[in-house]
Design a protein around this ligand. Structure first.
Ligand code: NAD
Length: 417
């Protein structure tokens, strides 16, 4: 059976007249949502009322979202025999903006990650993760407020491209033989094989997005992160293509590290952006020791995955880290943590990541007042000592509430403000 989708009775599709993401959003847009697996439904039923409440408070009836359910994951498999029906991809494309909960992926076998499939199929080539401290959140850092970075992670290439063959399989053996006979590379015959493709096209469009973001948001540092000392023709090339793009398209605003010391005594002049690069392992240290020196970070897929979780830990963990997958004509906002199956259906986990992803979504729509309210409501509620279990165990004297209880406390806070 195929899923049937009906246009909600109210609401308009967003910007179908243009293929670019620079659309204008109607006052009653149709926005897609995927509940997700595991804790996804708990998160969604807590977060959706918060999103509706902030829009109502900010625009008093002048704006309203018409939510459209889109099927994916285990619920979709149970009902339609497909984890990600073709119709769901079509619908996300039509909505242009969607928000999703986490989707479960089996480790070491089974089907391919639905998240990776979604990103590749809709060409959502950048994973955008802002990492900023929400006041009141417990953090392992002495000064978590010094962390204010935005990660641009390449989403379509690298070892995540899914080009791999199992140890002992015919195709792995074929590859090993080919490498030995044609390329003079000798590998153990029982090796599993993975391929790491990285191209100038995908690198440059990611770095272009990061540079434009920096310009549009008044950020004056963009750092390319790579492991180019070891993987010269992939990670090293990422760095070289990144600088090439910056010189080709942003030569008027870009400033490079040598020039900064030589010509500007270490101070970035107004209107200029310092573009530098760091080797990934060193960057993990820098993020802890000198967070104030970093603002926009652009990196390949695997580095980006590690780096964004590590940065999220600095500001209080994955429960508070928002994210978005962005292409040229479509954007999917998502909680960055996984489906936490052991908490599924317990109404227990922290909806903060989903809520902050919603705030990001509102900003992308130009609904900044709604975004501000989500952020203030979340921070205000945490500072009042009302938190979910993950923060409660780090905040002595706090009051632990459920996932939906936390959302309700945020709505009460927003109504009172
Ligand atoms: P996970 O993020 O689901 O959970 C790890 C632990 O983090 C949980 O046990 C819990 O203690 C904590 N946690 C996660 N979310 C939380 C929240 N909102 N509030 C409080 N605590 C929270 O990671 P995992 O166990 O490695 O992955 C589970 C599944 O999720 C896997 O199938 C994985 O592939 C999938 N996954 C999906 C996405 C996505 O959809 N974008 C991302 C990561 C992992």
């Amino acid at each position: 059976m195929k899923p049937k989708f009906e246009k909600p009775r109210e609401g308009q599709w967003i910007g179908n007249e243009s293929t670019s993401l620079n659309f204008s959003v109607p006052p009653n847009p149709i926005i897609g949502f995927i509940e997700g697996d595991g804790v996804g439904p708990d998160l969604w039923s807590a977060s959706r009322p918060v999103f509706d409440a902030v829009v109502e408070k900010a625009y008093v009836g002048d704006r309203k979202i018409s939510w459209l359910k889109i099927y994916a994951g285990e619920e979709s498999f149970r009902q339609f025999g497909s984890y990600f029906p073709e119709e769901s991809f079509d619908l996300i494309t039509k909505c242009r903006i969607a928000i999703k909960g986490p989707l479960t992926t089996p480790v070491g076998g089974g089907f391919r990650s639905l998240n990776v499939t979604l990103r590749r199929k809709l060409d959502l080539y950048a994973c955008l993760r802002p990492v900023k401290y929400v006041a009141g959140t417990p953090s392992p850092m002495i000064r978590p407020q010094d962390v204010d970075m935005v990660v641009f992670r390449e989403n379509t290439e690298d070892v995540y491209a899914g080009i791999e063959w199992k140890s002992g399989s015919d195709l792995a053996l074929k590859m090993i033989n080919f490498l030995e006979t044609e390329m003079n590379v000798k590998l153990p015959m029982d090796a599993g094989i993975g391929v790491k493709p990285m191209s100038p096209f995908a690198t440059k469009r990611l770095v272009r997005m990061a540079m434009k973001f920096a310009i549009d948001n008044g950020r004056n540092r963009v750092t390319l992160i790579h492991k180019g000392n070891i993987m010269k023709y992939t990670e090293g090339a990422f760095r070289d293509w990144g600088y090439e793009l910056v010189r080709e398209e942003f030569g008027d605003v870009a400033l490079f590290e040598g020039e900064l010391e030589r010509n500007h005594v270490g101070k970035i002049p107004d209107g200029k952006i310092l573009v530098n690069d760091r080797i990934a392992d060193a960057m993990f240290q820098q993020a802890l020791l000198r967070p104030k020196e970093y603002s926009v970070l652009a990196m390949p897929n695997l580095n980006g995955d590690y780096m964004s979780d590590a940065l999220a830990a600095q500001v209080g963990g994955l429960g508070m880290a928002p994210g978005a997958n962005i292409g040229d004509s479509c954007a999917v906002f998502e909680a960055t943590h996984g489906s936490a199956p052991k908490y599924a259906g317990l109404d227990k986990v922290n909806p903060g990541s989903m809520l902050l992803s919603g705030a990001m979504m509102f900003r992308r729509m130009g609904w900044n007042e709604a975004a501000d309210l989500v952020e203030r409501g979340l921070s205000g509620t945490i500072q009042s000592g009302v938190v979910t279990y993950d923060l409660a165990r780090l905040l002595p004297g706090s009051i632990e509430v459920s996932c939906s209880g936390f959302a309700k406390a945020i709505i009460d806070w927003i109504k009172k403000e």
